[in-house]
Each structure stands twice: as C-alpha cells, then as structure tokens.
Design a protein around this ligand. Structure first.
Ligand code: NDP
Length: 448
C-alpha cells in the first residue's frame, strides 16, 4: 500500500486515457479518471465515429444516383438531416455508455468534472477536492484551432458540425486538411453547395503528391468549389441571418454556415503543468520520451496532447504501452513507422509507409509501380472517376516501402496491405500472390 489516494490518476477519458486506465487497473493499480465533458473523447464523441456515420450516409447519394442504371426504379428520394443527425447522436450516446461501463467493470473511479495538476502527485477537481496519486497521466487531447478571423463567433468547428439545426444550403469550409476535405465530401453529397477556402494551394500536406493531384479534380468535378490562397479574413451576419465570407484575397462568398478546420492544438491551457515543471512545446504540446514520460518524473502524457501523431489508434497504443510499462512491469514502446492512415474523402485515400518523395530522400533511388484503373463499380456510373494505386520499392532490397491509394474502399484494402509493408515483404512476394478477381485490390499484386 502507498500513502497516495490512487496509484494512477488519469486526466481525460478519451481513447488514450480510457485504454491506459483499463490496462493499469487490470495490472492491479487503483485508478481514477477525470473527464470534464463526455467519456470517449474526440474520436467517439465528435470525431472519427460520428464523422464516419455521416460519410456512410453521404454514400447513399451516389448509390441512389447510380441505382437506375442497375435496374432499380426508385420513386422520389429525399434526405432528412435532422433524422440523420439524431441517429448519429444516439449512437454516440450508446458508445459513451459502453466506454463508461468499461471503466466501471474495471473498477476505475470516474469523476465527471475537470481536473488540473496541483502538484507532482496531486490533482485538483473543479469541485475543489484535492486527490493524490503516485502517477498522473495527462490524456486531455487537442482542440480545434480558430485562426484570427473578424467575426469568428459566426464560425463553427468540427465540435459543432454534428449538431447543426439544419443542412446548410451553402457552406464555406476553411482548411484543406483531413477534416475540411472529409466534411466537404459529406456536405457536397448531402446536397449543400460547398466552397473550400485555404491559405495555400496545397491539399492534404504530407500525402503522396500523385494522390492529392488526382483527388482535387475529382472533388471539383463533383461540384466542390476551391479557392486557394484565400484565407478567411471576415465573416459577417447579413440582415436575413445568412453569412458573408470575405477572404484575404478579396473574394466574397455568401453562406449559411462557415466551418473552420485549420488543425488541432494540444489542450494544455490552464492545466497547471508549468507549475510542476512539465515542459511544454511551442504549440502547447507536452514533449515526452519513448516511454511517455514528461519532464516531471511522476507525470506522463499520451495521445493528441503530445502532438506526435494525432490518430486514435496511436493514442490507444501509447496508453496501453504506458500502463504495461508503469504498472505491468513490461516496458513497451510504440513503433511510429508504418502507421497506416486514410482520409475519408469521396473517393477516399489511404497510405502506409514512405511517400515517393520521402523514399527518395532516404534511399536515393527508388522504383515506383503505378496502376491507374477505372473501378468496376464506376463502369455504369456517369462519373468516370478512376482509381490509382502506387507502390514505392527499394531497388536494393526489393522491399515495398510505401503504398498509396485513391479509390473506393481504399482504407479497407490498405489496412490489410499495411501488414505486408510492416512485415517488410518484397515486391516479388507481392507479385507471387495470386490476384483475387474481380476486385480493385488485385491491382496491388498486378503492377509490373
Ligand atoms: P490538418 O493539419 O489536416 O489541416 C490543417 C489545414 O488548415 C491545412 O490545410 C492548413 O493549410 C490549414 N491551416 C493551418 N493553420 C492555419 C491557419 N492558422 N490559418 C489558416 N489555415 C490554416 O488539420 P485538421 O484540422 O483537418 O485535422 C487535425 C488532425 O486531426 C489531423 O492532423 C489528423 O491527425 C486528425 N484527423 C484525422 C482524420 C483521419 O484519420 N481520417 C480525420 C480528421 C482528423 P496548409 O496546409 O496550407 O498549411
């Protein structure tokens, strides 16, 4: 027994915090977690999960459009935003209950209030109560960045987008990263007029150039307007309650909603970290070592608050590795190479490993194999969208260094292919694999 109230106090019950709590408790630690909003965190409550449900909903627009070509005689169809929004909200409620019951069944005490760090081994709850813990884990995530915009109070972020009272007839989305482009696809398919405005002329910085240069014209052909080098300067409310967006480049765009998706900043403000000697980075992030240790020996951090890779599965792994290391006597670190990722645009893109550009920097010379094909499901479609897969290969070892894909279901296909890249398989081993026909995935083993 120790003199502390708990062995572990976790601040933040999101993906990383819940996993760390559950695993630490399973190793016998006495654990408590404080959450100021809802159990589940960004991914479950206002991120990946509700977003993916909206993406599924928006796929029906294309399916219904193509259905008559496949012989389906449909009557008039209509879309009901309120119905979808409420269904998504109820599923989020269900998941929150599931996460809460996971904490309960693992005997993790849950405080439904904000907690801040009051000492190296002390947290203070919003109610004023102080609690001691041998170890404190910071897992508070990140928060949407709102750039300097005159009239920012008229803008929403991904926090509010799931609760819109009605489907906006016209929406302006600022940013050209994951969130901006995923929601541009959703609103476009559901029937809104979408304009994406961005400060640069780049979309999805970090993804292979061949993918982004194919995605952009497809999104434009679907009716999404893009205004590059036009960050929003001002948003003003008009007499009829609509909004007028003025960009720094002088464009004026009428809108019913303005969504800003310009990155997410670690949510460390006011958390008391500086007072106990936890160093913070320039973006408010908590730098940690490979074992998730901060500069204060009793305080650790995992997930988006550390601003390493802002992805749910990474936060979960970090939380698990932390708990095994500190409470399970099994020191474990997380490998950051070969993390697969996807952007649920329409069509989606997915990637693992090095881009062609990165591979050239590391290996000098690389071999590149490409397949540019028309997916069978688009054969009858009025939209002649093509798929594109690319393998980046080390010419010396023949190992596949990266896979980059755009096309229907590419995230589903990429997850399996990522195992091969992680395992260090060679292009020859891809070629030896018999194709599964007819599929889009077979392109992966047919590139010569
Ligand atoms: P991203 O980092 O993906 O994109 C940010 C965008 O905003 C870029 O287009 C950038 O422009 C622009 N931008 C950045 N700062 C400013 C500024 N001060 N003023 C104007 N424009 C600015 O951020 P998101 O918000 O889309 O997503 C945050 C994170 O959430 C992602 O990095 C990702 O890790 C995660 N996420 C993952 C998803 C997935 O896995 N499918 C889905 C959604 C989110 P430029 O590039 O020109 O600098």
């Amino acid at each position: 027994m120790t003199d502390f109230d708990y062995d572990l106090f976790v601040i933040g019950a999101g993906s990383g915090g819940v996993r760390a709590s559950r695993i630490a408790a399973s190793h016998g630690a006495r654990v408590a977690v404080a959450e100021e909003f809802r159990v589940g965190g960004t991914c479950v409550i206002r991120g990946c999960v509700p977003k993916k449900l909206l993406v599924y909903a928006s796929h029906f627009a294309h399916t219904l459009h193509d259905a008559p070509t496949y012989g389906w005689n449909l009557g008039e169809t209509a879309f009901d935003w309120a119905k979808l929004r409420d269904f998504v909200a109820s599923d989020v409620d269900r998941l929150e209950r599931a996460y809460t019951s996971t904490l309960e069944s693992n005997k993790v005490e849950h405080f439904a209030e904000r907690a801040v760090v009051a000492g190296p081994n002390t947290v203070r709850l919003a109610s004023g109560r102080e609690i001691s813990a041998k170890v404190i884990l910071i897992a508070v995530g990140a928060w949407p960045v709102m750039p300097e915009i005159d009239g920012a109070e008229h803008c929403i972020t991904s926090n509010e987008v799931f609760h819109l009272p009605e489907l906006p007839g016209r929406i302006v989305i600022q940013g050209a990263g994951y969130i901006a482009l995923e929601f541009a696809g959703v609103f476009n398919a559901l029937g809104s007029q979408v304009t994406v405005v961005n400060r640069s002329d780049k979309i999805l910085r970090g993804y292979d150039h061949d993918l982004t240069e194919r995605l952009l014209p497809i999104m434009q052909a679907r009716g999404i307007e893009f205004a590059f080098n036009h960050p929003i300067e001002k948003v003003s409310k008009q007499a009829d309650d609509s909004l007028l967006v003025r960009t720094a480049g002088g464009l004026e765009i009428a809108a019913d909603a303005v969504m800003v998706a310009t990155g997410r900043r670690p949510k460390t403000d006011g958390l008391g970290l500086e007072s106990v000697g936890v160093d913070l980075g320039a973006n408010g992030e908590i730098p940690v070592d490979e074992y998730n240790r901060t500069s204060c020996p009793s305080i650790y951090a995992v997930g988006d608050v550390t601003d390493r890779v802002q992805l749910t599965p990474v936060a979960i792994r970090q939380g698990h590795a932390f708990a095994d290391t500190v409470f399970g006597a099994m020191p474990r670190t997380v490998a950051y190479d070969h993390i697969p990722s996807a952007v649920f645009t329409q069509p989606p893109i997915a990637a693992v490993g090095l881009t062609e550009e990165q591979a050239r920097l590391v290996h000098g010379h690389v071999k590149v194999f490409k397949s540019d094909f028309r997916p069978m499901q688009n054969m009858f479609s009025a939209v002649a969208e093509r798929g594109y897969y690319k393998l980046v290969v080390d010419p010396v070892t023949d190992k596949v260094l990266g896979i980059h894909m755009i096309g229907p279901d590419s995230p589903e296909i990429l997850q399996a292919a990522a195992i091969a890249v992680k395992a260090g398989l060679t292009k020859a081993q891809f070629d030896e694999t018999v194709a599964l026909h007819p599929s889009m995935a077979e392109e992966l083993v047919l590139m010569r």
